[in-house]
Write a protein that binds this ligand. Structure first.
Ligand SMILES: *[C@@H]1O[C@H](CO)[C@@H](O)[C@H](O)[C@H]1NC(C)=O
Ligand SMILES: *[C@@H]1O[C@H](CO)[C@@H](O)[C@H](O)[C@H]1NC(C)=O
Ligand SMILES: *[C@@H]1O[C@H](CO)[C@@H](O)[C@H](O)[C@H]1NC(C)=O
Ligand SMILES: [Zn+2]
Length: 974
């Protein structure tokens, strides 16, 4: 799955510089993955509650510190969350019929039937199969009918049967044993609700030409296939599937494999279409997908055998919004076929943009589903950031077609390998499709993002033991930044020290060996080891031993290079030096660290730091020699130096900054700021890394600087430091603003480079946000031109977010209402996303409060967008306390309606508490935690702990650094 809601990378960094700014469009904030959602209507089976998340699991605050799973104990098999190992599915025949109109009770439903052929592995008199919220038609009083494949074999009778709601099972107790080695058939007939809950088989709505349209679609990962039909719903229970969809005439049906035939028939006197699909390859249930819609598509005209199509609303397709996706899909598929050295495993690839979708995208095998903003690109209305988002999400999902889908991890505890892998290779696939974008460098944004959470004492290791992950809510918790971004960072490091060709060779060997089967993560290490056992690669330890250090212990080291003595040492890096690390580590928080480095402009041979401390005389520098470690940030660690080397690097930044690789310039800033926060180096030293910026024209270092200064804005935008801070940044940004004004001929042209376009946005954004008059006037003028003629928007898409936000911040009710109208009428998803975040930029409290109310009204803001809207308001300094009050007042409602156990909630807590830095705010946060223990925090539990830890660190940092920062800035800002 791809990460959920995004705020534009360049904008996110600059986002706080204006008192009231909240620019959201796209950059990973956190994984939105909505698990349990209680509903207003009665659940099926007349059950009183929704099952999975028991109160005890949702009130457990640190899900990673102890196992929250039910203890083994003397449980019955149906009380355990994992299926017994007695039965294995072979093939399913499934027919599903979604109704796109409500029934007499006003309920949208689907009906279906299914026969699963399974083999008995161990004699048993129990059949346990997943089923959730399905109402069954009874056969002789039971929910299912059992047959033997071979009619000559006797079949035991169903003695009793029931639905086990807590564990989401249908249980059949037989009067005799199924025999190992024999094959049986289990037949069911059922009915479920086609709800708007974004889980399982669900419905989505949109308006076209004034007509309300309904479609049926699905989201099975991680545990929702059981909500569509009874199934052995674990990733290792692979089977083949023959799917039939019944649907209204005039609509189309899609599933994982190609359509075999479609005919018009009558069911229950209703004329319908009946579409049969080819049997699938052997696959996991969580990768199934069913869609019935009136969507249109475009198709690739490539000579290859693989059919590639992009689907969306009719209007979006006719406007060409799917063209870019189609273009890059073919390029990316070609790339992966070479990279994996394995052809695309299926005969077709459909990708569908859905109006309602919870995550960013979902890698269903052969039928990938997306949020509209992650698949559709409008050449007229979309920005370059929107384009990059489309490109990278497609590259991410297509990577899963092999890694994850063809070969699947056995259980969810290894999710990090699946998601980390796709999050890494998406950059390779994207780079292949857009080779001029230098997009591989952008992975450092991912690294930086996860550094921030992995440097907390409340972090957790990438890998968990299989027994620790059982309940659906525990599975949901695996979809977090650590899994995605740290996973990507450590795999990239591995690929770098093995070299890319060796890494790819090992991958190919792994994929071939385990095609259509399942693995554990160490299987990948074994295959990489196999291809690394050549004299040309000298590793200090086995792949497994090296990687265990990164996978089994949380956090990462800061490596200190002392160029006076040659000493190189490592230490577990923590944002807060006083934080108490309670979690133990099997390796005592030391890592095997591969260090690439540069000495005075010359690349040196990589060396390994294998202990806490080592001596390497090669790193000794004299005179004006300088040392830079972790070239291109290929290793997952921070770097510190002795003061003399820091001074030499600062000097170099001023005299010849391009002698340092772009990514390392960004990292020098980022390391310095974070080391200062952790009190390892002086705050003034960190601030001094920004003083060369008036000469910097590259995007990546600027982005790094802005994101770090962002922290200063968060800490100081309510204090007396704010004025000097604004002044300093304005002074540093002015040359960049002028530079872009010149090369764009007074903002008339678009800068040629991809990264230059981002940096232009930064320049404009910073200038407007630090109150540069020229910029403010520009924004207001463009916006009023648009208001005067809504049909013609004169603002370039790249600059829209900045201009909208500035105009709404500086404007009043009229601007707000105009933007709200434009938001409601927008037919391009990226445009509506931009407007939605810009609406949070107003400084008027009453508008912000009204907007907060809108955010939880699904007739105004789609459910999928609620959390990111609230977070946008919180990013605004005026909106922050309002959003915090709103969330506290409505916690129970928001939690129950907008994602119990949802990862969007970690984004909510993180977003709202970003500025927290006073004792008072800490107390409020702690009180909030106490008061809502009953309601629970679901997957935001960890985020809440992180927020408390961060607030404490902020309080201390402020106490110690405030006057230092004020003095330095006052000296610089004149
Ligand atoms: C399933 O049965 C329950 C209890 O009778 C009922 O409330 C619910 O609406 C049914 N679901 C569907 C989809 O018909
Ligand atoms: C499901 O029901 C349809 C229509 O009654 C029937 O044709 C089909 O054989 C059934 N399929 C299974 C798998 O039971
Ligand atoms: C898709 O590719 C074609 C051919 O290279 C190109 O002309 C077109 O502009 C591309 N479309 C988009 C939206 O990038
Ligand atoms: Zn993914």
């Amino acid at each position: 799955m791809a990460k959920g809601f995004y705020l534009s990378r360049n904008l996110a960094m600059a986002g706080l510089l204006l008192a009231a700014i909240a620019l959201v469009t796209i950059i990973a904030l956190s994984v939105v993955y909505d698990k349990e959602r209680s509903r207003n209507r009665a659940p099926s089976n007349g059950a009183p509650s929704v099952g999975a998340s028991s109160p005890s699991s949702s009130s457990s605050i640190d899900p990673y510190s102890s196992s929250t799973s039910a203890s083994p104990g003397p449980q019955k098999p149906w009380q355990r969350y994992r299926l017994p190992d007695t039965l294995a599915p072979v093939h399913y025949d499934i027919t599903l019929w979604p109704r796109l109109e409500p029934d007499q009770q006003g309920l949208y439903i689907f009906t279906g039937n299914s026969t699963v052929r399974f083999v008995c592995l161990k004699d048993t008199d129990l059949i346990i199969i997943h089923a959730n919220k399905l109402n069954f038609t009874l056969f002789q009083g039971h929910e299912a009918r059992l047959k033997a494949l071979d009619p000559a074999h006797p079949v035991p009778q169903v003695q009793s049967s029931w639905l086990q709601e807590e564990t989401e099972y249908l249980v059949l107790q037989l009067d005799g044993a199924l025999k190992a080695g024999r094959v049986y058939l289990l037949e069911t007939q059922f009915k479920g609700e086609l709800a708007d809950d974004l889980e399982g088989f669900y419905r989505s709505q949109y308006t076209e030409d004034g007509v309300q349209k309904v479609l049926a679609t699905s989201q099975m990962q991680a545990t929702f296939a059981r909500k569509a039909f009874p199934c052995f719903d674990e990733p290792a229970m692979k089977a083949t599937f023959s799917v039939v969809l019944i649907h209204p005439q005039g609509t189309g049906a899609l599933s994982n494999s190609k359509q075999m035939e479609s005919s018009r028939v009558e069911f229950d006197g209703i004329p319908v279409s009946r579409t049969t699909f080819e049997p699938t390859k052997r696959m996991s249930t969580y990768l199934l997908a069913f869609i019935v819609s009136g969507f249109s598509f475009i198709e690739g005209d490539q000579e290859t055998d693989v059919q590639v199509r992009i689907w969306a609303r009719h209007q979006a397709i006719t406007e060409g919004q799917g063209d870019y996706a189609l273009n890059v899909t073919e390029a990316i598929l070609n790339f992966y076929e070479h990279y994996y050295n394995t052809s695309y495993p299926l005969s077709k690839s459909d990708q569908v943009a859905l109006p309602d979708f919870n995550a960013g995208a979902m890698e269903n095998w052969g039928l990938i589903t997306y949020r509209e903003t992650a698949l559709l690109y409008d050449p007229v209305a979309s920005s370059t950031g929107n384009k990059e988002r489309v490109l990278t999400v497609i590259a991410h999902e297509l990577a899963h077609m092999w890694f994850g889908n063809l070969v699947t991890l056995r259980w969810w505890n290894d999710l990090w390998l699946n998601e980390g892998f796709a999050s890494y290779v998406e950059y390779l696939g994207a780079d292949h499709a857009e080779p001029t974008w230098d997009i591989k460098e952008h992975i450092i944004f991912e690294v930086r993002k996860v550094f921030a959470v992995d440097a907390l004492a409340s972090s957790h290791p990438l890998s968990r033991r299989e027994e620790e992950v059982n309940r659906p809510s525990e599975i949901t918790e695996m979809f977090n930044t650590i899994s995605y971004s740290k996973g990507a960072a450590v795999l990239r490091m591995l690929s770098e020290f093995l070299s890319e060709p060796v890494f790819a060779k090992g991958l190919s060997s792994y994929l071939n060996m385990f095609a259509f089967n399942n693995t554990v993560y160490t299987d990948l290490w074994d295959h990489l080891q196999l291809v690394s056992d050549t004299p040309s690669i000298s590793l200090p330890h086995s792949v497994q031993d090296i990687m265990n250090r990164w996978v089994l212990q949380m956090g990462f080291p800061v490596v200190t290079v002392d160029t006076r003595t040659g000493q190189v040492s490592q230490q577990h890096f923590l944002n807060d030096p006083q934080a108490v690390v309670e979690r133990g580590s099997p390796f005592n928080y030391t890592w095997f660290v591969p260090i690439k480095w540069i000495k005075s402009g010359v690349e040196q041979e990589q060396f390994w730091l294998l202990k806490k401390t080592g001596i390497d005389s090669r790193v000794i520098a004299t005179g004006d020699q300088w040392v830079l470690a972790n070239t291109n940030v290929s290793g997952y660690f921070r770097v510190n130096y002795d003061l003399e080397n820091w001074e030499r690097l600062l000097h170099l930044l001023h005299t010849d900054h391009q002698a340092i690789p772009t990514v390392n310039r960004a990292q020098l800033l980022d390391d310095a700021f974070n080391l200062a926060r952790a009190k390892v180096i002086n705050t003034t030293l960190a601030l001094r890394t920004t003083s060369y910026l008036s000469k910097e024209r590259d995007y990546i270092p600027w982005a790094s600087a802005l994101s770090n200064l962002n922290y200063y804005f968060l800490m100081f935008d309510r204090t007396e430091v704010y004025g000097p801070l604004q002044g300093y940044i304005r002074k540093q940004t002015l040359p960049l603003f002028e530079y872009y004004r010149t090369i764009t001929a007074n903002w008339a042209r678009v800068p040629p480079g991809h990264n230059d376009q981002y940096n232009q946005i930064n320049a404009l954004n910073m200038a407007c946000n630090t109150g540069l008059k020229d910029c403010k006037e520009l924004a207001l003028r463009w916006f009023s031109e648009w208001m005067a003629d809504p049909e013609r928007n004169p603002i370039h898409p790249n600059l829209k977010s900045t201009v909208y936000c500035s105009a709404i911040a500086f404007g009043g009710t009229e601007e707000w209402d105009f933007a709200w109208r434009m938001f409601q009428n927008a037919t391009v998803a990226t445009e509506s996303a931009r407007l939605r975040s810009a609406l949070a930029c107003t400084k008027a409290p009453w508008l912000l409060n009204r907007y907060l109310q809108y955010s939880i009204d699904p007739t105004k803001i789609r459910k999928q967008d609620s959390v990111s809207t609230i977070v946008a308001v919180a990013r605004n300094v005026v909106g922050m306390p309002l959003a915090w009050n709103f969330v506290r007042e409505n916690w129970s409602y928001i939690f129950n309606n907008y994602g119990r156990g949802s990862f969007s909630f970690s984004g909510l807590i993180t977003g709202i508490t970003q500025r927290f830095s006073t004792e008072f705010e800490l107390k409020e946060l702690e009180r909030f935690k106490e008061q809502n223990l009953q309601v629970g925090f679901g997957s935001a539990s960890l985020a809440l702990e992180q927020a408390i830890e961060n607030t404490r660190a902020n309080i201390r940092w402020l106490a110690e650094s405030r006057s230092q920062v004020l003095d330095w800035l006052s000296g610089e800002a004149k």
